[in-house]
Design a protein around this ligand. Sequence first.
Ligand SMILES: Cc1cc2nc3c(=O)[nH]c(=O)nc-3n(C[C@H](O)[C@H](O)[C@H](O)COP(=O)(O)OP(=O)(O)OC[C@H]3O[C@@H](n4cnc5c(N)ncnc54)[C@H](O)[C@@H]3O)c2cc1C
Length: 373
Amino acid sequence: MRAATRIAVVGAGLGGLTLAGLLQRRGFDVSVHEQATGFARIGAGIILSANAVKVLRRLGLEPGIVATGIRPDSFLSRDIATGETLYELTLDAASERRFGGPFVNIHRADLHALLQSALRPGTIRFGEGLAGLEERDDHLRLIFADGGTAEADIVVGADGIHSRLRALLQGEAPPRFTGRLAMRAVFPPGRIPGPPIRDCTKWWADDRHVLVYFMTGRRDEVYVMTAVPADSWEGDDTSVPGTRAGFLAGFEDAHPDLRRVLEAAETVMVWPICDRPRDDRWHAGRAVLLGDACHAVRPYMAAGGASAIEDAGVLARCLAEFDDHGTAFARYAATRIPRVAEVQRISIENSWMRGPTELDWFFGHDVCTAPLA
Ligand SMILES: Cc1cc2nc3c(=O)[nH]c(=O)nc-3n(C[C@H](O)[C@H](O)[C@H](O)COP(=O)(O)OP(=O)(O)OC[C@H]3O[C@@H](n4cnc5c(N)ncnc54)[C@H](O)[C@@H]3O)c2cc1C
């Protein structure tokens, strides 16, 4: 596509910011339209696997990510009841050579700040929630909730699981409640009695699991996320305050190494785990979707954000390489859909690294150099 092509990215999440940075580096005229009025430091962590770090490397962000987050010494899987080690992936210089990059666990707000730093000042326009879209002869008109408008040659919906662009293209369809709730707590490790905990552990039972990891290299913030069964959920899918008793419920018989971590929690947030059934309609006309907007997954493989970042890597390549947007979008979707479908399948199964797992196809992949479909 011509470098003068005006590209409007809707949503300043992980995928949208990564795409905007990659497109600016290729000379495109990019604007990012975000409904929020600014970014807040919400207490949540994210695992960036090597395949995602390799994309962010192209934005020059790898040193900052490594310095801000933590490179855990392993990913450890243990049984909730017995404490038995089910699997351990050692993360060290050898694994970084094998996968071509590090694993980094990081606070989302820190990652957002780094992604923003890779953009030209003024690229993100806060308070511009997409409400409508009009097709003109050779361009699009975006209409925002506050009545403002913007014009673009193509629009990218990176607006998450509730994507407005997706609804405008395909009709309204609410996300699917998966029958699990996630509960999250963040606290300093000094609250945990006993010996130091490991860097990154997933505790497994058949119908629930718990993920525990540090979010900084200083090991001063522990992030704990439980996923537990629930018959129903009233309300939308934003998080609401929970109780400590609710957080501990269902883990009465957990192994002492897990109990002492859970009992250290004070403030808890709860939200329903939602996803969407697979839908391969990723583009229409001058509009294209990426990330959770077209493939929201349950967060059991820790790969939703990594997949949005991978989408950005492939879409940026396709827009730069092909002369017309139709070809670029088709090649992007054809390249991404089979890989994302496998992530969706594994996320539903919740089997990733519970035991010995074939990892290289995911962690070792580099979307910036792999052949396009
Ligand atoms: C509990 C939990 C843990 C997770 N852990 C991991 C993990 O460890 N590793 C991992 O890779 N993934 C993880 N994920 C998944 C990951 O968070 C998502 O897949 C990822 O954030 C999706 O990125 P995105 O850019 O598509 O959308 P988002 O990051 O959701 O960004 C969407 C953006 O669009 C904005 N927006 C929405 N509507 C509009 C509108 N109408 N107009 C303008 N802007 C709009 C939003 O405000 C937001 O800023 C986890 C998810 C959950 C729920």
